[in-house]
Ligand binder design. Structure first.
Ligand code: GDP
Ligand code: IMO
Ligand code: MG
Length: 433
């Protein structure tokens, strides 16, 4: 038995969805533990592409239980649309495959409106959020004003909580953000309209997982966003509003840390970022454009072009430490195949200092410039290879260097978006018998 956490080791969009889909084969439960529909996780099976925002990426496997843990924030409209989309494609035939923890905080219409209006008001100082209401929802959760999934299933409780909170939201919307206030009756009508369809999904992640552990199941935890977007350890304030690192899986699902056997960080063979904030290895030139085109680097949630740059080992080491990574899954290696040379940042230069550790001070980070090592390119199509050993020596050399610089083994190399374009070196579920 092994329980495995998957996290993004960069600024999101590393290919977590693809790896979760692959690892679901070895697990019985797949659990999302933080974030909301700011996430966009892409799965490609054969020629069919599915993008999931809320529902765990194990859902395409029949008979696997997908759990939305208490740490997630949920927009009921998006959740129901996602269910309908999956059903249309022939997935999720059995509703008991899906469960939502009653403590999940709901994304309300005022959260979305505040998120968007604040960003507009901030102008050049904006965060570049996805506009899905994520930050405002987590603020209310921590501020003890949140409305939870279970509340929605008790109409009187829902109405009472909304009645208590809405005047403050409308005051803020009108007086500070210059927006129109929201109608209480309209929110009640919309949200209670969702309630009946949602009722059947109510459950409790913590007790369900306890039973799963007792039954000897393997559990897979699916992180959203990435380590550098973590609210504590990321490039604050240009972060998301949840604990994206592995520790978040324990609080976001209600399990103890001793139950975790492996933590796999997903990293691209280069780096991307959407939204604002520091990005030391960003390439704002033709090379960046080439990576964006070759890697189809456009957001799965907002469609925004992703900022692209070379792999950053300083940042990767940060992810290895904050998550306690036991393995790295290296994705999108095929995207680098055309290049004559590939660069990797192994340290930062800050004024006359050489930094090997990711600086905590935002002002320092902003001024850091990357120190690069150059790796010889391979200029061969690697997307149809079936085993790791068939990879060109240059690729294997690149992987060896990433392992030695980061201090963490590379357990998988992905050479294309499809399930079958994956070269597995070791399986984290096989570490315990
Ligand atoms: P996530 O948010 O971490 O799940 O990642 P996204 O789905 O937002 O972005 C990753 C994108 O890269 C998706 O379009 C995937 O289909 C694609 N992808 C994943 N792995 C590979 C790979 O090894 N090669 C290529 N070319 N594309 C990949
Ligand atoms: P997945 O799970 C990449 C970024 C936004 C913005 C910041 C805050 O697909 O990897 P938010 O809406 O969360 O308040 O935005 O975080 N962001 C992501 N970037 N991938 C994601 O998810 C992201 N989710 C949020 O672009 O910079
Ligand atoms: Mg994504």
């Amino acid at each position: 038995m092994a329980n495995v956490i998957i996290v993004g080791a960069q600024w999101g969009d590393e290919g977590k969805g693809k790896v979760v889909d692959i690892y679901t084969e070895y697990s019985q439960e797949v659990v999302r533990f933080q974030g909301g529909n700011n996430a966009g996780h892409t799965l490609v099976i054969g020629d069919q592409k599915t993008v999931l925002h809320l529902i765990p990426s194990g859902i395409l496997h029949e008979g696997k239980r997908c759990i939305i843990g208490n740490g997630v924030v949920l927009d009921p409209k998006v959740f129901l649309e996602e269910i309908d989309g999956l059903r249309k494609k022939g997935y999720l035939k059995d509703d008991s495959q899906l469960m939502v923890d009653g403590s999940v905080n709901l994304i309300m219409p005022y959260h979305k409106k505040i998120d968007i209006a604040r960003e507009q008001k901030a102008g050049a100082k904006k965060i570049g959020t996805t506009g899905r209401g994520i930050g405002p929802t987590y603020e209310d959760k921590v501020g003890r004003r949140g409305i939870r999934f279970a509340d929605l299933l008790k109409p009187e409780t829902f109405k009472r909580k909304l009645h208590e909170v809405l005047p403050e939201k409308n005051f803020y919307l009108e007086q500070y953000l210059g927006e129109q206030p929201l109608s209480e009756a309209a929110i009640i009508e919309e949200y209670l309209g969702y309630a009946e369809r949602l009722r059947g999904y109510l459950g409790r992640a913590s007790t369900t997982l306890e039973r799963a552990v007792k039954a000897g199941h393997n559990i897979l935890f699916e992180g959203a966003q990435g380590s550098l977007l973590d609210v504590d350890h990321g490039t604050y304030p240009f972060v998301t509003s949840s604990s994206t690192i592995a520790g978040g899986a324990c609080t976001g699902a209600g399990i103890g840390p001793h139950l975790i056997d492996a933590v796999i960080g997903i990293s691209k063979a280069y780096v991307t970022r959407v939204g604002e904030g520091p990005f030391p290895t960003e390439l704002e030139d033709e090379m960046g454009e080439q990576l964006r085109t070759a890697g189809s680097e456009f957001g799965a949630t907002t469609g925004r072009p992703r900022r692209c740059g070379w792999l950053d080992i300083v940042a990767l080491r940060e992810a290895v430490r904050t998550n306690g990574l036991t393995g790295i899954a290296l994705t999108k290696m095929d995207v680098l195949s055309e290049l004559e040379a590939v660069k990797v940042c192994t340290a930062y230069r800050y004024r006359d200092e050489l930094l090997e550790e990711f600086p905590q001070d935002f002002d320092v980070l902003k001024e850091c410039t990357p120190v690069y090592e150059e790796i010889e390119g391979w200029q061969k199509d690697i997307s149809a290879l079936e085993t790791y050993d068939e990879l060109p020596q240059q690729v294997q050399g690149y992987v060896d260097k990433i392992e030695s610089w980061s201090g963490c083994p590379v357990v998988l190399v992905s050479v294309g978006p499809r399930r079958d374009q994956t070269l597995i070196r070791s399986n984290p579920f096989e570490i315990k018998s």
